[in-house]
Design a protein around this ligand. Structure first.
Ligand code: GRF
Length: 213
């Protein structure tokens, strides 16, 4: 999988969300607070697979266009995927950031944006992929877990790893407490990683991601 460096300066980001959107907020805050960060990347739109979520409210508060593409409004998953790809393409993103977006994208989306879709996952991949990464690490008895920022391919959380952050599991941890500590690390990691990719460009060679080389 080869990928060009982001084509625009600042790089155009479309962020996809399904929930509270604190990772989205961290990106928006970094862009707002740090002019050198904002010179490298800007969010041009926020998309979601459902209405009524805090992530969309955050986008509206930031004055950003939003779009919602719900699975249940389409005949099947492929039609939904195509609609999501079309809605995203309207904003001509250089990078698509899946930040707590709880859907697996399909063929049409990958055809449009393959090698340019970044996902953040709350576990140290390849351990504990899927929708319950935090719960699964805790249930397994892992002593460390964390988060992974990776490119999206056609598997579930299987694409090339860009960056990872480590979080210790405490003996008395609950899923919520552990997830909150992971999200602290995750937000910083996502902001830093997206910033580096946007400013320096990157190449994907097999499973290796080379940033700014
Ligand atoms: C993150 O931990 C993400 O990895 C997971 O869901 C959480 C989303 O958090 N899939 P938020 O919506 O960005 O607050």
């Amino acid at each position: 999988m080869a990928a060009p460096a982001p084509a625009s300066t600042p790089a155009r980001l479309v962020v996809l969300v399904s929930g509270s959107g604190t990772n989205l907020q961290a990106l928006l805050d970094a862009i707002e607070a740090d002019p050198s960060y904002g010179a490298g990347a800007r969010v041009v739109a926020v998309g979601a697979d459902r209405d009524g979520i805090a992530g969309l409210d955050r986008a509206v508060r930031a004055g950003l266009p939003t779009f919602v593409v719900r699975v249940r409004d389409y005949e099947d998953r492929a039609a939904w995927d195509l609609a999501l790809a079309e809605a995203t393409a309207r904003y001509a993103p250089d990078l698509v950031v899946s930040a707590g977006f709880m859907k697996i994208v399909g063929k049409a989306f990958l055809a449009g944006f393959g090698g340019r879709i970044i996902n953040t996952h709350p576990a140290l991949l390849p351990s504990f992929p899927g929708a319950h990464g935090v719960r699964d690490a805790l249930a397994y008895g892992a002593k460390v877990t964390g988060c992974t920022v990776h490119f999206v391919d056609d598997g579930v959380d299987t694409g090339p790893v860009i960056a990872q952050g480590v979080v210790e599991v405490r003996p008395d941890d609950t899923e919520d407490a552990l997830h909150e500590r992971i999200k602290d690390v995750e937000r910083r990691l996502l902001v830093e990683t997206v910033g580096r990719l946007a400013r320096h460009g990157y190449r994907i060679e097999g499973r290796k991601v080379h940033v700014g080389e």
